[in-house]
Design a protein around this ligand. Sequence first.
Ligand SMILES: NC(=O)c1ccc[n+]([C@@H]2O[C@H](COP(=O)([O-])OP(=O)(O)OC[C@H]3O[C@@H](n4cnc5c(N)ncnc54)[C@H](O)[C@@H]3O)[C@@H](O)[C@H]2O)c1
Length: 337
Amino acid sequence: MKFTLNNFITEIEITEMFEGLGSIKKVVIIDRNIYELNKNKLDVYIKDSPKYFFEAIESNKTLNELRLIYSFFIENNVTRETVILGIGGGITTDIASFAASTFKRGCRLQLIPTTFLGMIDAAIGGKTAVNFNGIKNAIGTFYPAEKVYIHPGFLETLQEKEYNSGWAECLKVSLIMNNGLYEILSDKKSEITLEILQKAIEIKMTLCENDLKDSCERRKLNLGHTFAHLIESASGYTVNHGEAVAIGIRKAAEHSYNEKMIRKNEFNKINELLDKYNLSDIISNEIKSKIKENGKELIFQDKKAGEKVRLVLFRGFQDIIVLEIDNHQKVIDLMTS
Ligand SMILES: NC(=O)c1ccc[n+]([C@@H]2O[C@H](COP(=O)([O-])OP(=O)(O)OC[C@H]3O[C@@H](n4cnc5c(N)ncnc54)[C@H](O)[C@@H]3O)[C@@H](O)[C@H]2O)c1
């Protein structure tokens, strides 16, 4: 199954096979765990390609690691025509994509995401990033991969908490736009199917299609994220991203309901969907007091916030509005009530 995002070239293929990949000149940046788990299958395609083994932890998504990756490129005579192939979850595809976008002003880039979140989110839509001075994704570029292979087989070895991150983003897109995904997900707690992957990717691609640089439509994808970033920073990133996003979506719904932008039954529908996938609704007291103490600094370190706080809220069910508000205290109160 193939589909293409027209505005900037990203061909997405949901596949069991990586056709043509064996024969192209490439260097590989691969999550070491993934290589160990799938060596035999992957070697069919990448055995003879130089490989950079990456330990996929957030504290390695940095400029220091990039230096090593650029040196690896130089040692292996990477040119702009070489394909950089990133294989792994979002940490790996983010840094591989950043390296590809900057080395020699841009090399060819293809991705094989291996997490649920990577397949429906991180590898789709062209955002690349590294962390800097403790600020997540502080430095980055917009550089869509020319091709993204989605191979659901990788998901078999994924850990529970990684599934939750994927589900949070998957539920999120189903609440942003109607393409039938919400109906599938709300019917019963679902397993990941090809249809779910395709529909979730479709929504993300539709929102990115005319807004690569995140200046209007694409911002809807930040539903729940202003609140989530606050929770993640206040917890020193010990709260899992999916959990934080789920709470963030609940807070966005609560705020929308308080402001009479959605009805009670719509508010309930949103929470019931998150409940169905056992996604959290609890902010610990420790995090609440951190937010009370340092909420303002934490909000404004978020790169998506300027002087105003940007909130993505519900104007109805599957009807999203992006608002900029002056009153950051409102966000803090909502998180700590
Ligand atoms: N560029 C974007 O648009 C975008 C969007 C969302 C998230 N992100 C970024 O993605 C990152 C999070 O990525 P993630 O949640 O996909 O995973 P990850 O890269 O953080 O990996 C999580 C863990 O799962 C392991 N893993 C990966 N695939 C596996 C598999 N198939 N089986 C077993 N273990 C596997 C990894 O080795 C790692 O230990 C964050 O850095 C976030 O900022 C980027």
